[in-house]
Design a protein around this ligand. Structure first.
Ligand code: ADP
Length: 180
């Protein structure tokens, strides 16, 4: 029997920028949880291509008026933030075996820190296995087509961002420092 309380999951990440792989994982999470909070982790002192506010706006547009998706940013321990938003689980996506080692280590650490919060890993859809934000940034910075990796509004934001950087003569130095 379904429990009365709302089951909420936190889906943390850089989302710099959001892409079809992230969207797929969030939609899979919505099949199990009542609500999903996509939370942009803000690295202290790290120069990111998109600001936290820009990344949140891109995420919001990606999900339109889906009422069960919330968007936020945070800069503390992920488990502390999960408790703050009342999440019972932390959702992560798995693409390739190399993701597994990192995610496994992170899951064990988080479980030690917060045994009451479950870590739930979803397997990426095959067509999204190769997508990463860093690949999108690199290909887009060189004028390549990323339309099969991320939605049109993100492509437009990338175009504007790289045009702005180019106008300020900042592209090349910035592109070197935007890889994950
Ligand atoms: P990246 O910068 O590598 O795209 P993030 O740090 O924003 O990723 O990742 C947030 C979460 O989304 C992580 O759990 C990551 O494994 C997952 N993720 C990233 N890319 C994909 C993808 N193509 N398919 C499924 N999950 C993904």
């Amino acid at each position: 029997m379904r429990q009365e309380h709302i089951c909420c999951a936190l889906y943390p990440g850089s989302f710099n920028p959001i892409h079809y792989g992230h969207i797929d994982i969030a939609r899979r999470a919505l099949r199990l949880f009542d609500s999903v909070v996509l939370a942009v982790y803000v690295h202290p002192g790290k120069a990111d291509l998109f600001t936290a506010d820009e990344r949140m706006a891109l995420i919001r547009t990606a999900f339109g008026d889906e009422p069960r998706i919330q968007v936020a940013s945070y800069n503390q321990l992920t488990v502390d933030y999960a408790r703050e938003v009342g999440a019972q689980a932390i959702v992560r996506g798995l693409r390739v075996f190399s993701d597994f080692e990192l995610e496994f280590r992170m899951a064990l650490t988080n479980r030690r820190l917060a045994p009451d919060i479950e870590i739930v890993n979803f397997i990426a859809a095959e067509e999204h296995l190769h997508i990463s934000s860093s690949t999108i940034r690199e290909v887009a910075s060189l004028g390549g087509d990323v339309c099969y990796m991320t939605p049109p509004h993100v492509i437009e934001a990338l175009r504007q961002k790289f045009n702005d950087l180019k106008a300020r003569g900042a592209t090349s130095s910035f592109v070197m420092s935007i890889k994950d």
